[in-house]
Design a protein around this ligand. Structure first.
Ligand SMILES: [Zn+2]
Length: 198
């Protein structure tokens, strides 16, 4: 594993909710060396950076508490918050590093193949029986995240944050209000999803 890969996988902290997530699940905002503040769509721009979860709650909180402004040590113009709102809403579609269309297709296939456990209760009931690949939505609630964290502690389960909001995850599998799904870890579709997200 190269150093670059390690740094890409190191979790980053959202300035609003203080939760750690993989870099790819977060939006990076940068105060560039020239002084402007921009959304760093590819996560590679130079300058002082701050991370935000790709959801409206964290964005609203960052604005209200001025957490983003403090992290970047500069005023954030209203236009940037408006730009961020648009960006958050389309994040699942436009995210650069993961092929989100492919991920949605694989999740849809898993559902049609009847491999998918949907929702935390269904995941919990299954995880004792076989190792699972568990995917949580980028904007999953704290209680779901905590519950998943407990499941992952044993039994060879693998957990990843999907770079998808719950509504996008729900649409991909044709169910309502989904925050977490899992499928058997020893499975070709699980392997493809793992590869896509690694
Ligand atoms: Zn957050």
């Amino acid at each position: 594993m190269t150093a670059e890969r390690n740094s890409r996988q190191r979790p980053r902290t959202c300035v609003a909710c203080k939760e750690e997530s993989p870099k790819r699940a977060l939006i990076r905002v940068v105060r560039s060396p020239g002084g402007g503040v921009v959304v760093d769509e590819r996560g590679k721009l130079p300058g002082r950076g701050a991370y935000l979860c790709a959801n409206r709650d964290c964005l609203a909180k960052a604005r209200k508490t001025r957490a983003l402004s403090r992290a970047l040590k500069t005023e954030i113009p209203d236009e940037l918050y408006e730009r961020l709102e648009e960006y958050v809403d389309t994040y699942g579609e436009t995210h650069g590093e993961v092929d989100v269309r492919e991920l949605r297709a694989l999740l849809g296939l898993s559902r049609r193949a009847d491999l998918l456990y949907i929702g935390i209760d269904s995941v919990k009931s299954q995880y004792v029986k076989e190792p699972l690949l568990i995917l949580t939505a980028a904007d999953a609630s704290d209680s779901v995240k905590d519950a998943v964290r407990k499941q992952v502690d044993g039994g060879g389960n693998i957990h990843v944050y999907a770079p998808l909001e719950g509504k996008v995850l729900s649409a991909a599998i044709g169910a309502a209000n989904v925050q977490v799904v899992a499928l058997p870890a020893r499975n070709g579709l699980a392997d493809k999803i793992k590869m896509l997200l690694s």
